[in-house]
Write a protein that binds this ligand. Structure first.
Ligand SMILES: C[S@@+](CC[C@H](N)C(=O)[O-])C[C@H]1O[C@@H](n2cnc3c(N)ncnc32)[C@H](O)[C@@H]1O
Length: 160
């Protein structure tokens, strides 16, 4: 399944010829997602995004952190559908810019913001968010640290 998906993605990239212009024939996952225009890239797809929202009981007034937010698809969905205020954090400057553009296009810039940051060292104070979510496939070097960081920034008794 993943191989088929990857092949489709890379054919799409070649068709567009954008990788050639960038001089990249061995794209990173980030290049592939950005240039391929793929909206959701994590196991479980958009169904998992919806499920995480249900499990976290998202509702208006909650402050949500979306770790490794990519193109912002999940963050924007959470804000639009559940009225939560979302901060997305991603290590790629290009992703952060695309996500911010997408939020603006969706008319949700006032509810969703995107920031540059490393999930292994989140740029937030302790106990900042009501809910912390991460739907991703790219696992950073220190996945234990990512979990610790997610726990650190979520308010005690809240969800992640
Ligand atoms: C596979 S994409 C998933 C994006 C989004 N969550 C989705 O499901 O569509 C992985 C994202 O993780 C980001 N990423 C990789 N390492 C990271 C790190 N250490 N800290 C924050 N983001 C990271 C990448 O830039 C990329 O946007």
């Amino acid at each position: 399944m993943l191989i088929i998906f990857s092949n489709i993605l890379f054919v799409k990239i070649r068709e567009r010829g954008k990788m050639k212009r960038k001089g990249l024939y061995k794209p990173t996952v980030e290049d592939a997602i950005e240039i391929g225009g793929i909206e959701t890239l994590h196991p479980g797809g958009f169904a998992l995004t919806k499920r995480t929202a249900e499990l976290a009981a998202l509702r208006e007034g909650l402050k949500v952190l979306d770790v490794s937010s990519g193109r912002g698809t999940q963050s924007i969905f959470y804000a639009k559908k559940f009225g939560v205020d979302v901060t997305g954090v991603d290590i790629s400057e290009e992703m952060v810019k695309t996500a911010a553009d997408n939020a603006e296009k969706a008319g949700l810039s006032h509810k969703v913001q995107f920031m540059l940051g490393d999930s292994q060292c989140l740029p937030f104070e302790d106990n900042t968010f009501d809910v912390v979510i991460s739907c991703t496939v790219g696992i950073p070097d220190d996945s234990q640290k990512v979990l610790q960081e997610m726990v650190r920034v979520v308010k005690p008794g809240a969800g992640f």
